[in-house]
Design a protein around this ligand. Structure first.
Ligand code: FAD
Length: 382
């Protein structure tokens, strides 16, 4: 793995860093309090090409490799995980799935709009009754002439209330993962209702929704991939998606470190800067080490993808480590801030709240360990 960034990667990172400092950091606390990111951010992200990264230019994307994608998402994650997540889902889970599994018509219909920010995508896998055991999902799609009728409910769907299209997974066959098919459903389709999920611990600025499908009629051309291929589509999306979550966690850890170092250099106790207390340096050093380790684990995933190598286990390793590290980093940073870390005048309490979900979504830490264990032993403990 070559750790030296090329000119293009350095330039895209600088662009993302400047954008984050100008358009995200000054608003993140206000968006968190208001429980809504300013939706105009989507168009701005699209204008810079950040919603089309890694999607071929001929399909409406902005191209580039997965390391460049990670550089951008680390910066966005440093600014506000709510914004990073909007990109991770619309681009990372939805547009990339269309790019990999869509036919020419589906690509033409959705990719230019998703990559420009004119349209937003959401990913509907989780249901009220099935989270980790996603292959057991209950939403059904039944044939109605040349069409399909979808009925069921999807829970905790990021971008749910904003999205123009949902990549939804429904049962078209028998029980288990092999009976699942993927569909691209415009959210304006009659019978699809959306309800905002309020009261989240973190990622408050992000639109999270429950989606209910009541005989939602879609043509067979809405099917993404073959009948019974849906679980494969979902798992392929999540394998790459875990890299997005991991690099977002690196962003949180880095923001936590930068805030804690700055504060430690200003605050005085016992007649000296708290930065000069050894136990405070211990907290800071731990964050630094774990941030670097998480970044390197995540860059390894990007490197494997860019070289066309298998990467799913490495993606689970990066996601597991980076998400747990981000929680520890934000918690350590809050410790450095003392009582001031506990109020939202400073950003570290938000970092901790935002980090906490990273060990849950796109597969909990326990699920990542089962994936890694299965790879080691050849035995599935699911
Ligand atoms: P459960 O699966 O019920 O798990 C509960 C506990 O049991 C966990 O600790 C889990 O690790 C443990 N557990 C379960 N099975 C095992 C096992 N075999 N061995 C050991 N332990 C086990 N989903 C989407 O489809 N799209 C989205 O855009 C999306 N966005 C989200 C945004 C937010 C803010 C949140 C909170 C969730 C989001 N999710 C989304 C859902 C998320 O992926 C699920 O919450 C997650 O997969 C866990 O499922 P669950 O909540 O049903 O927990």
């Amino acid at each position: 793995m070559n750790l030296e960034l090329d000119e293009e990667q350095v330039a895209v990172r600088r662009l993302a860093a400047e954008f984050t400092d100008r358009e995200i950091v000054p608003h993140a606390t206000e968006w968190d309090r208001a429980e809504s990111v300013d939706r105009a951010i989507v168009g701005k992200l699209g204008a810079l090409g950040f919603l089309g990264l890694t999607i071929p230019e001929e399909d409406g994307g902005s191209g580039g490799d997965h390391l460049g994608y990670c550089l951008v998402l680390e910066e966005l994650g440093r600014g506000d995980s709510a914004v990073r997540g909007i990109v991770s889902v619309s681009l990372g889970l939805v547009a990339k799935s269309i790019s990999s599994y869509g036919n020419e018509k589906q690509k033409r219909e959705w990719l230019p709009r998703l990559c420009s920010g004119e349209a937003i995508g959401c990913f509907g896998l989780t249901e009220p009754g099935t989270g980790s055991d996603a292959g057991n999902l209950a939403t059904r799609a039944v044939r109605a002439g040349a069409d399909w009728l979808l009925t069921g409910s999807k829970m905790f769907i990021t971008n749910g209330t904003w999205a123009d299209v949902v990549l939804v997974f429904a049962r078209t066959g028998g029980p288990g993962a092999k009976g699942v098919t993927a569909f691209l459903v415009p959210t304006s389709t009659p019978g699809l209702e959306r309800r905002t999920v309020h009261g989240k611990l973190g990622l408050r600025g992000q639109p999270t929704a429950e989606l209910t499908f009541d005989n939602v009629r879609v043509p067979d051309t809405a099917r993404l991939g073959g009948e019974g291929q849906g679980f494969k589509v979902a798992m392929a999306a999540l394998a790459k998606g875990r890299m997005s979550v991991a690099i977002g966690c690196v962003g949180i850890a880095r923001a936590s470190l930068e805030a804690a170092v700055t504060y430690a250099g200003q605050r005085e106790q016992f007649g000296k800067k708290i930065a000069s207390h050894q136990l405070v340096q211990d907290l800071l050093a731990d964050i630094r080490v774990e941030t670097d380790a998480a970044r390197l684990l995540t860059w390894r995933v990007a490197d494997l993808i860019d070289r066309g190598q298998p990467f799913a286990t490495e993606s689970s390793i990066a996601k597991l480590y980076a998400s747990e590290a981000a929680v520890r980093a934000a918690s350590n940073a809050l410790q450095v801030f003392g009582g001031y870390g506990y109020i939202d005048e400073y950003p570290v309490s938000k970092y901790l709240r935002d980090a906490r979900v990273m060990t849950l979504y796109e597969g909990t830490s326990q699920i990542q360990k089962l994936i890694i264990g299965r790879d080691l032993t050849g035995v599935s403990a699911f």
